[in-house]
Design a protein around this ligand. Structure first.
Ligand code: NAD
Ligand code: WQD
Length: 339
């Protein structure tokens, strides 16, 4: 019995591999290393003292994926593999639709052909679009996404729902993540973006470590407590634990489509994060206020109560711990896995 983790070498995938192994699950990883480094998996092995098979394979490679299912007994798939940069998705929509949507369909075909019909999918708070008011609940209307990346998540949710409707043997758990940050306490694995980061925390830590000069705060005229954007930051290890709970729930026979927000339920502004980081680490951040970033909303945070009720999961780590752990990873590995 094993869990196949697609995209397992990436940021959230590698942390989830650690938590799955620590919880006693056997895992198999499939990753094409497009946005990751196989060294992350070596570090997962080092941190857990456990071994597992990792295949360099694109999820769109039907033959390669079929071989993985034939060589291993896979009971469920946690599906992280995909492209995730919002701005890039606007420039390369075809690549995003092909990789994320095409890849998920190919993966599901191989799963079906091998009799494995349990999938946990990495969705995103982005599926709530621009028009819902926080706290966001799973019952709210989705759609109205503002970029191709977000639309792939919205469409994949619908595709998985249709697959479950058509065949009652399928079970799909859709996990809507809010803003994952932080890193494993060891400082051995963490987020390792290519080029200049788009997201707040990796940008901020690269300013702190001296790789970038100044953090631009995108707008201070939002209708929030200090005018800067408010988000629900969640520690990646809490998020990883949510996947362990979700996979347990699916393997215990909870049927059909289940949807959960994975967030803390608390909103922090950009300035709260900067101040929290400075307090947690003692490192000063050079920042300036600039114009709003197109497509951003003022406030986005979750109502995470469903995951608590059904999965018995809730986030435990606070913003200070998120900042400390992000900083430990960044300061110990200024060049990511190349150090
Ligand atoms: P990541 O880029 O670090 O990890 C994704 C992994 O998938 C990488 O290792 C990459 O090499 C691999 N991959 C990409 N395309 C592939 C393909 N066709 N075949 C095989 N492997 C492939 O990203 P992450 O932050 O760990 O995100 C994991 C998942 O969670 C993604 O689906 C992402 O969209 C989703 N998500 C992320 C966030 C976030 O802010 N990080 C928020 C919500 C949802
Ligand atoms: C957070 C806040 C910015 C960078 C994105 C995706 C979403 C999900 C998570 C995958 C906002 C501000 C940021 C900077 C800043 N990913 N900011 N200066 O936009 O909430 O969500 O990542 O599913 O789909 O859209 O995250 O980290 O980019 O921004 O002021 O240099 O920080 O305006 O208020 P976002 P983020």
């Amino acid at each position: 019995m094993a869990i196949l983790v697609t995209g397992g070498a990436g940021f959230i995938g590698s942390h989830t591999c650690v938590e799955l192994l620590n919880a006693g699950y056997d895992i198999v990883v499939a990753d094409n290393y497009y946005n990751s480094n196989p060294k992350s998996l070596e570090r997962v092995k080092e941190l857990t003292g456990k071994d597992f098979k990792a295949y360099e394979c694109d999820i769109r490679d039907t033959e390669g994926m079929d071989k993985i299912f034939k060589e291993n007994k896979i009971d469920a798939v946690i599906h992280f593999a995909g492209l995730k940069a919002v701005g890039e998705s606007c420039r390369k929509p075809m690549e995003y639709y092909d990789n994320n949507i095409g890849g998920t369909i190919k993966l599901c075909e191989v799963m079906r052909d091998n009799g494995c019909k349990n999938i946990v999918f990495s969705s995103s708070a982005t599926v709530y679009g621009m028009n819902n008011v926080s706290p966001l609940k799973e019952t709210m209307k989705t759609g109205g996404t503002t970029n191709p990346y977000g639309t792939t998540k919205y469409m994949i949710e619908i595709i998985l729902e249709d697959i479950c409707k058509a065949d009652s043997e399928w079970n799909a758990t859709l996990l809507r993540y809010f803003n994952p940050i932080g890193a494993h306490k060891s400082g051995r694995i963490g987020e390792n973006p290519n080029g200049i980061p788009n997201n707040l925390m990796p940008y901020l830590t690269q300013v702190a470590v001296g790789k970038l000069e100044c953090l631009s705060v995108f707008g201070n005229d939002y209708d929030t407590h200090d005018g800067t954007g408010v988000r629900d930051y969640i520690h990646v290890v809490d998020l990883a634990d949510g996947h362990v709970k979700a996979v347990k729930n699916i393997l215990e026979g909870n049927k059909g489509v289940q949807i959960f927000n994975l967030g803390t339920g608390k909103g922090y502004s950009v300035l709260d994060v900067i101040n929290g980081f400075e307090k947690a680490t003692g490192v000063k951040i050079n920042y300036k206020i600039v114009d709003r970033r197109p497509g951003d909303i003022a406030t986005c945070y979750s109502d995470p109560s469903k995951a608590k009720e059904v999965l018995g999961w809730e986030a435990k780590r606070d913003i200070e711990e998120m900042c400390e752990d992000s900083w430990r990873w960044q300061s110990q590995n200024p060049n990511g896995f190349e150090d």
